[in-house]
Design a binder for this molecule. Sequence first.
Ligand SMILES: Nc1nc2c(c(=O)[nH]1)N[C@H]1C(S)=C(S)[C@@H](COP(=O)(O)OP(=O)(O)OC[C@H]3O[C@@H](n4cnc5c(=O)[nH]c(N)nc54)[C@H](O)[C@@H]3O)O[C@H]1N2
Ligand SMILES: Nc1nc2c(c(=O)[nH]1)N[C@H]1C(S)=C(S)[C@@H](COP(=O)(O)OP(=O)(O)OC[C@H]3O[C@@H](n4cnc5c(=O)[nH]c(N)nc54)[C@H](O)[C@@H]3O)O[C@H]1N2
Ligand SMILES: [Mo]
Length: 637
Amino acid sequence: MRRIGPKGQGEFERISWDDALATIKQHWCDIISRYGAEAILPYGFAGNLGLLNGPGCGDALFNKLGATTAEKTFCVSSSITAQIMTIGPSLGTDPESFVHSKFILIWGANPLSTHSHLWPFILKAQRSGAKVVVIDPFRTRTAARADWHIAPRPGTDIVLALSMIHTLISDDLVDHDYVRKYCIGFDELAESAARYPADKAAEITGIAAEDIQQLAHEYAQTQPSVIRVGVGLERHQSGGQAMRAIDCLPALVGAWRQVGGGLLQMPIFVPVRPAENSRPDWIDPETRVLNLVQIGAHLTGELDPPVKSLFIWNANPLVHAPDSNKVQQGLERQDLFTVISEQFMTDTARYADIVLPATMAAEQDDILTSWGHFYINLNQRAIEPPGEAVANSELFRRLAKIMNLDDAHFQRTDLQMMRDSLDWDSPMLAGESFESLQERGTIRVKVPPANEYAPHAEGNFLTPSGKCEFVSSIGAESGFVVPSFRQMRMDKQNSAPINPVPTYTANVESIGEDNSTYPLQFLSPKSHGFLNSEYANETRKLDVQGEQAVIINPVDAAKRHIKTGDEVRVFNDRGAVIGDALVSDKALVGTVVATFGYWTSLSRGTGVNALTGGERQGFAATPCFYDTAVEVSQNRG
Ligand SMILES: Nc1nc2c(c(=O)[nH]1)N[C@H]1C(S)=C(S)[C@@H](COP(=O)(O)OP(=O)(O)OC[C@H]3O[C@@H](n4cnc5c(=O)[nH]c(N)nc54)[C@H](O)[C@@H]3O)O[C@H]1N2
Ligand SMILES: Nc1nc2c(c(=O)[nH]1)N[C@H]1C(S)=C(S)[C@@H](COP(=O)(O)OP(=O)(O)OC[C@H]3O[C@@H](n4cnc5c(=O)[nH]c(N)nc54)[C@H](O)[C@@H]3O)O[C@H]1N2
Ligand SMILES: [Mo]
């Protein structure tokens, strides 16, 4: 479709694929000749996580053209970086081994809503007597079902973790044999932890000193103990360092020794070959890198060359990127040529000049790896694509053709691309082949079965030292970003140096010196009913999820004369969000919670990211979505 009305109005006319491709070609050739190819910015993200059609699937095309390289750190960038620095690229504890755990610590995650395939194993363990503890400032559905819910002030988890470590050391709960054999940096970690005796940590975290000590004791003494760590904590200044400290815990207490002990983050380290499809080897080292978290600033600021064309696939940046008012201003620019491949007329698509129709999962072939399990799955199309929709793989073949890129890479069929996407020589795929995947549809990676798998019972950490690194030997000087979502570049990036020992940095905006204007800390986690911004346009899903709620503690609500059901306005200097107040102690005093995903075009104003800032990025260039200060008032129009 071609836009015929003003940007954002959603007025389009249907055109043919040939016409659309010719229009794109003409604009891109003009832009390249006037400004150079770096004036084109590819924006692909996680709407599709397939090896063929996922976040990096268009990168080869843009690398060949010499377009700006996009750094994509919206999700798990700091948590994966922290894991690689501490225990290496490990699968971690098998989700199916959770049934053998006696103590399950769910930290900054809401698996009942967001990792539903893990939940049955947690429930089974709980029914057999395991204690389930949740650490989350918000009482989520998961927290409500826990045996113990601990609600720290957001962004202070590292202090809680370091204080636990201090208790483990001072109360002689450390597995010294394990630490001696398989870890490095104990003395430095102990020194960092000693800064937070329980009473000091209590002041910072808001958790009673006795609770911190009890947590450390139970965690150490109830073996096997396992931690499931989510992305909730990475949205703060100290997020990555909190992950580092948490990643140290299982080694300190020897939890890795047993099946069902250890830590599960995201078992993403299966043998995929992302470079086969995204071709980082085609990037000229001089090419500019822009981080997509700051898309609003990139589109509205003074860049040389300016971004003159934005190509978007698998993403709805107007909803998911921070500082959405700025993103909108950028998308409104008359001189910006925006193309999007979409299934729906999303908030972002309404601003595009050209909208290309994309297929859905049942209409395309792909290989899906893990978002929290040990299986590799074949996604076989169930029906032929309706109308003129094409899979991303075909979309980029067509674009390569019109841009006269004749490299054999762009001629590969989906079948060839699928064969190329996995490292069939890896021991994790021993005895398997693309044919066996086709035959069975699913392959469990070749590690021992869940009732035997204890990946680090005898160390075997894939870090530079081969040990669990309490003091990290990588990333200290330059800072580095691990290829989250098969992002390509590791050599040239915007990340700051990382302290090799886990250390606390307070949030800047939400608990900084002066927060009298905006005294509340704003959290915008995932919703139960939507998948990021997907399904937020589905009546059925909206019925389940309900209108945008703003959850506020009774203490904070009383000060503002707010009652449940009142229409309220959450605001700061960046923008405002309208929602229905839910006065509840589910939200901690001093915090406001509104879930993420609602579309602006379908709600009473803007989505939650109107409030969040793109300028603050933490460890590994992760967006600090939750380091956001706000005020709430009745909405009086
Ligand atoms: N239903 C549903 N499922 C999803 C998604 C979805 O949108 N909806 N999205 C998918 C995606 S892309 C991802 S990345 C995963 C993420 O899944 P999770 O890792 O579970 O992430 P969130 O639900 O964003 O955040 C988890 C919790 O962290 C809490 N939190 C916030 N700040 C802090 C803090 O400072 N400390 C602690 N301890 N907790 C904090 C939040 O209150 C929230 O309850 O879910 C995936 N699954
Ligand atoms: N405030 C706040 N912001 C957040 C988060 C948060 O918790 N709070 N979470 C962050 C995280 S963890 C993530 S992962 C991101 C989510 O960011 P994304 O994963 O990019 O998710 P969406 O923004 O929902 O956009 C996905 C879009 O892709 C489209 N799509 C799906 N499949 C295909 C396909 O095969 N082809 C094409 N062309 N399009 C397709 C869908 O229709 C949808 O519009 O948001 C981040 N932003
Ligand atoms: Mo994510």
